[in-house]
Structures are given as C-alpha cells and as structure tokens.
Design a protein around this ligand. Structure first.
Ligand SMILES: Cc1cc2nc3c(=O)[nH]c(=O)nc-3n(C[C@H](O)[C@H](O)[C@H](O)COP(=O)(O)OP(=O)(O)OC[C@H]3O[C@@H](n4cnc5c(N)ncnc54)[C@H](O)[C@@H]3O)c2cc1C
Length: 271
C-alpha cells in the first residue's frame, strides 16, 4: 500500500531584508543568465531546500541604494514607492566566498528579466527570504522532477544534493536545443529534454503527455514540478487522476503564467 505520509518537513527562517550587489553575470544559455551577488548583508543567509523561493526586488535605477526598506514584523516598509518584486530560486550559496547565485530566464519584457539582462557589477538588488524551506526528511525511493526553464535552477540544485544512485526521472521543456544545460549529479538520472519548438505555440500539454509515457519504479516517490501555470495544471491533474500519486507526495507550482505579470504562485492551479 502506498505511503501517503509527506516526506517534507517545513523549516522557518527569520524574516530579513538584504541589499546585495552584483559581482558578475554569466550567460548559461542564450536565454538564461546567472547573476552572482555578494555583500556583507549575505551573512546569516539560509536556504535549506532545493525548491526554496526568495523574493527579489528590482530598483528601477539599479545603481540606486536609497530605497532600502525597514522590517516591521513580516512586512517591508519602503521609504518611497515599493520596487517590483519577484520570486527566484537560490541556485548556489557559498558562505565562505560570500556569494549567492540566481539563474534568470530572460524573456520578452518584465521587471526581473529586464534587470537581469542588464546586470553588471555594482548594480543593486534587494532580497527577502527564503521565509521557509521544505526539506525532505522522510523516505523517498525515487524522484520525479518536471518543469520548464524556470524550474531548472531548482531541479539542478536538487540533482546536486541527492545521494549517489538515487533514482530520478526528470522531464524538462525548453524553447529549443540551445536552452538545454548540463545538470551534473551523482543520482541515477533518467532525463528527457522537450522542445517547445516542436509543438504549436499554444500547446501547454507536452510536459504532461510525456510524463504519462514514463514507467515509474515501485516504492514511494516524491514528484515535483514547476513552470507555466496552465502547463502545471495538466501535470498536476495527470499525477493526481491518472497516476494516483498522493497529494502529500507531490508539489506542483505555477511559477508564472502566460500574459500575466507578477503571477501569484500561491493561487490554486485548478481555478
Ligand atoms: C518559488 C519560485 C521560484 C522561481 N524561481 C525562478 C528561477 O530561479 N528562475 C527564473 O527564471 N524564474 C523563476 N521563477 C519564475 C519568475 O518568478 C517569473 O517568471 C516572473 O514572472 C518573472 O518576472 P518578470 O518581472 O521578468 O516578468 P513579469 O512582470 O512577471 O511578467 C511580464 C510578462 O512576461 C511573461 N513571463 C514571465 N515569466 C516568463 C518566463 N519565464 N518565460 C516567458 N514569459 C514569461 C508573463 O506572462 C507576462 O506576460 C520562480 C517563481 C517562483 C514562484
């Protein structure tokens, strides 16, 4: 009988705001840039889980550091207009070097994407969070990971964290072959790359259709997916209705939604 116990333990972190400075930026693919941040404010930073989300704030003038908010409980009080904020996945934290990486998808037009496209050393950005980490503490016999480019930072980090030999199935949809990235791991990885270039522009079902073709091992897994919200809705329905994966052993999140700016990832996917 399937184990319906959640393998996840939630760890809370103190609510802190940090003003960070760009140290360098490195293009990973034509559409994704890694921005390495530093600064004394990183001291005490914590991110315990691969799918942590931190809120980044993008000042309209990236050289301006005068907008730093004060913290009132779990609220940020800005001296003037609140700069746009978006969620991103801490990709790598090196406390010794005092460096933190975020990998940004650079797409058409958005506060975060525009900031990342132009990031150079000396530019500022604000960070609050992660507020909490969902740490895997229970038994997981295998992992199933899926998503689009925005999920790659989390998937890549998880693959680096997993113990040697852990069975992992990953299905990742990117624009085309130029957006595929090396994902080093000691896990036993079965990875499928999908290309949006191969399907119609409005086809959001390619991920779910491919996931449906996988033969998963026996035992109790943990299934995780993130990406465009309509595509994630299909993935979640497939896992719940067709695979019978217990809700407690999956996490599916809409990280963004077509034609919606600043999409709220807390919205239920079924609405
Ligand atoms: C917990 C969490 C972690 C995340 N981690 C990452 C991460 O590590 N790296 C990352 O790149 N993203 C990540 N995202 C997704 C990112 O927050 C969104 O893509 C965000 O909307 C980008 O903000 P923006 O200001 O560039 O665009 P917005 O102002 O939000 O949107 C402007 C327009 O761009 C479109 N758009 C937004 N994102 C994309 C996209 N990726 N591709 C194509 N069109 C888009 C919107 O539909 C809208 O039409 C994460 C989201 C969450 C909730």
């Amino acid at each position: 009988m399937a184990d319906t116990t959640s393998p996840i333990e939630v760890v809370q972190h103190p609510f802190v705001f940090r003003l960070l400075e760009v140290r360098r930026s490195t293009w990973l693919t034509p559409g994704m840039v890694r921005v390495t941040l530093g600064g004394g404010a990183l001291e005490g930073f914590r991110s315990d889980a691969a799918d942590d989300g931190a809120r980044l704030f993008f000042p309209p003038d990236p050289l301006d550091a005068s907008w730093v908010p004060s913290v009132d409980g779990t609220s940020l009080v800005f001296p003037g207009e609140r700069p746009p904020g978006r969620e991103y996945s801490p990709r790598r934290y090196d406390p010794v070097a005092g460096e933190l990486d975020f990998d940004f998808v650079v797409h058409g037009d958005g506060s975060a994407s525009n900031w990342a496209r132009n990031a150079v050393p000396g530019h500022y950005l604000g960070l609050s969070g992660p507020r909490r980490s969902r740490v895997v503490t229970g038994r997981v016999d295998w992992y199933l990971l899926a998503g689009d480019e925005t999920a790659i930072p989390s998937i890549g980090r998880r693959l680096e964290m997993l113990a040697a030999g852990t069975p992992v199935f990953a299905v990742i949809e990117v624009a085309d072959a130029s957006e595929e990235q090396p994902l080093p791991t000691e896990a036993n990885l079965n990875l499928t790359w999908l290309h949006r270039a191969n399907v119609a522009a409005n086809d959001t079902g390619q991920l779910a259709r491919t996931l449906a073709t996988l033969t998963l091992p026996d035992g109790d897994g943990f299934s995780w997916a993130a990406g465009e919200a309509t595509a994630m809705r299909s993935v979640r329905r497939h896992w719940l209705d067709e695979r019978g994966i217990p809700d407690t052993r999956m996490r599916v999140t809409g990280y963004w939604k077509r034609a919606i700016a600043n999409y709220d990832h807390h919205l239920p996917l079924d609405e």
